[in-house]
Design a protein around this ligand. Structure first.
Ligand code: F6R
Length: 605
């Protein structure tokens, strides 16, 4: 969603801010702007490229801030875009988050005669900071005084004409990091904006404020100055570039074999798993009477498989809750006997973060399965496992989803081997896990076939995705992928649910994608296919290699992936579904990496 960049140093800030804003585009936005200290502010609706085109040729300055806005308070207009200024135009502010008490603060400021230029909550904060700065000697005191009056969440970055080389950043509930480069300092809400310039970063924590000048930085919390750990970003700059691929989504799907290898690297024993991030809390997890998994969207669907894996291999009762529901629910279990696992690629999804905070408030042990190192959920949870999937830029989760499944297998294996899972079953899982990257490569080789199947179904308006047991969550995920990227109306169901309502829609125009690997529920899934066929519905079957001929007479098209352990099969069957969604969207010439209305990281409720 919204993104922040800032720079102060010896170089021209303009190209640095523009490249930072472009790097943040994947998060979703509808307008963008920059402010260069002692030069001015330029804002535009639409793409960063529009903003770039409208910059005067000679614009130059060594300190500035920039922002990509995803509209919440007021439509996406130039007036509502950031940076915002106070009426006297002595400060410029960019802000991520929401100022909850903005209406009452605004009413008081209007009473004092202040005229507002936008409808945003952010401008209220800009006016407050400007007002304080007219009476306080330095920018950081003014920011601190203004922030003491607001309620809500923020990551902010402020610049002022009176203190030209200085930036002040503050964080509460919205990520911000400082990048240390040889020629100066960067500030950003997302590592991708900093990565081309430096990998040396400092993550700000809630309640901290950083004062950054060309010469150095100072970070303070309420109790006074804080000594921060300097960290190195583990991602490489090529990982945030398309590297010749038409779309990030395709590049990221094709990376899946390597991602599985990276997720498993150093974590497999001959019959079990080692997860360094869980070592200290393992005894407490093993005593848990219930594991609650939470997340949103695809992360939630990975949790549905995680639930089955944990119950199947570790024998611990598990349940999955949507984070956007869990956070409002009453926690009835004994917190000492329950463990929460929050799943989030970005580590910034607000509902998931709030669910973690709620569980912590109740005294529960909280774990994270997170891809972005140093993200809010990674920091908020007591312990966890990183996915090591590398940056995911395409809005649709692909490689990160597969890596979430791989992490759940590792957790289930580790817990299982510490409980009742036999050595032989542990060895079998490990053996099959080691083969997964190669098998995933074989699943990816289906691409040309999927391209032509997508061409056959390109004008489809509606689709069901149906699967049983391990493949019920994959059916949900397949439907989500198709709808979000290709805008085809798609719904996922447990195949057994068909007869309880959905079958009413089947007719010769309706596509059903059936997940029918040769597993313990195969015959039942095949019956569902027969029922759809009998009603003239169109069928795309996804099965396992060697089983194709059993389905040719039933389906319009059959795809097959290699057969593996039943519990690992979803890691392979998800791949053709991602490719199918991708090819359908490509045929429709849609903006695959940034579909309409969607943002990569959902930081509002
Ligand atoms: C779907 C998708 C979303 C995310 C969801 C959670 O392709 O990407 O449904 O899975 O927004 O995001 P994270 O994992 O960042 O918490």
């Amino acid at each position: 969603m919204c993104g922040i960049v800032g720079y102060t140093g010896s170089k021209n800030a303009v190209p640095i801010l523009i490249s930072g804003l472009k790097a943040l585009e994947y998060r979703g936005y509808d307008s963008a702007g920059i402010h260069i200290v002692n030069v001015g502010t330029i804002k535009r609706t639409g793409k960063v490229a529009e903003l770039e085109k409208s910059l005067p040729a000679a614009i130059d300055g060594t300190t500035g801030v920039g922002h990509t806005r995803w509209a919440t308070h007021g439509p996406p207009t130039e007036a509502n875009a950031h940076p915002h200024a106070d009426s006297a135009r002595i400060i410029a502010l960019v802000h991520n988050g929401i100022i909850e008490n903005y209406a009452e603060l605004k009413a008081a400021l209007v009473q004092e005669g202040i005229v507002f230029a936008s409808e945003t909550d952010t401008e209220v904060l800009a006016q407050l900071i400007g007002k304080e700065f007219s009476i306080k000697k330095d920018l950081e005191s003014a920011v601190r005084a203004a922030l003491s009056k607001v309620r809500g969440t923020y990551g902010i970055l402020v610049a002022a004409e009176r203190e030209p080389g200085k930036l002040v950043a503050a964080k509460l509930g919205s990520p911000l990091m400082l990048g240390i480069a040889e020629d100066g300092y960067h500030v950003a809400s997302d590592a991708s904006a900093i990565l081309p310039y430096t990998r040396t970063v400092i993550y700000l924590e809630d309640g901290e404020m950083a004062t950054v000048t060309k010469e150095g930085y100072r970070i303070e919390a309420d109790a006074g100055p804080v000594q921060k750990k300097i960290e190195e970003l583990e991602w490489g700059v090529e990982e945030i570039q398309k590297m010749g691929y038409e779309h990030f989504m395709l590049k990221e799907i094709l990376e899946i074999p390597e991602v599985i290898t990276n997720t498993l690297r150093g974590r497999l024993l001959s019959d079990s798993a080692i997860l360094g991030g869980l070592r200290d809390v393992l005894p407490r997890i093993l005593k848990a009477k219930r594991i609650i998994i939470t997340g949103c969207g695809s992360a939630y669907y990975s949790g549905l498989i995680g639930e089955m894996l944990i119950e199947e291999f570790a024998g611990i009762p598990a349940e999955v809750e949507l984070a956007s529901e869990l956070r409002y629910r009453r926690f009835t279990m004994n917190p000492k006997e329950a463990v929460l696992i929050a799943v989030s690629q970005s580590g910034e999804t607000l509902d998931t973060l709030e669910a973690v905070k709620e569980a912590k408030k109740h005294g529960m042990l909280t774990l994270g399965i997170v891809n972005v190192v140093g993200s809010s959920i990674a920091r908020a949870t007591d312990a966890g496992v990183y996915n090591h999937a590398g940056p995911e830029i395409g809005v649709a989760s692909t490689k990160a989803f597969i890596s979430q499944l791989a992490v759940f297998v590792l957790i289930a294996l580790l817990l299982g081997r510490n409980r009742e899972l036999s050595k032989i079953e542990g060895e079998r899982l490990v053996t099959e896990l080691r083969q997964l990257p190669e098998l995933a490569r074989s699943a990816l080789s289906l691409r040309p076939q999927i391209e032509s199947i997508a061409a056959t179904f390109r004008s489809t308006r509606d689709a069901y995705f149906l699967g049983r047991k391990w493949h019920c969550p994959i059916a949900y995920e397949g439907a989500l992928k198709l709808k979000e990227i290709s805008y085809v109306h798609a719904e996922g169901y447990g195949a057994g649910e068909m007869k309880h309502g959905p079958i009413a829609l089947i007719d010769p125009d309706f596509l059903s994608v059936i997940l029918a690997p040769r597993d313990s529920v195969y015959e039942k899934t095949k019956s569902n296919m027969q029922e759809i066929r009998a009603r003239g519905g169109r069928l795309l079957a996804l099965t396992t290699q060697g089983n194709e001929s059993d389905l040719f007479s039933l389906a319009d098209a059959v795809l097959s992936v290699p057969l593996t352990h039943e519990a690992l099969q979803p890691l392979l069957t998800a791949i053709p579904l991602q490719l199918f969604a991708y090819e359908m969207a490509r045929l429709r010439a849609l903006p695959i990496d940034q579909p309409r209305n969607l943002a990569k990281s959902v930081t509002v409720e």
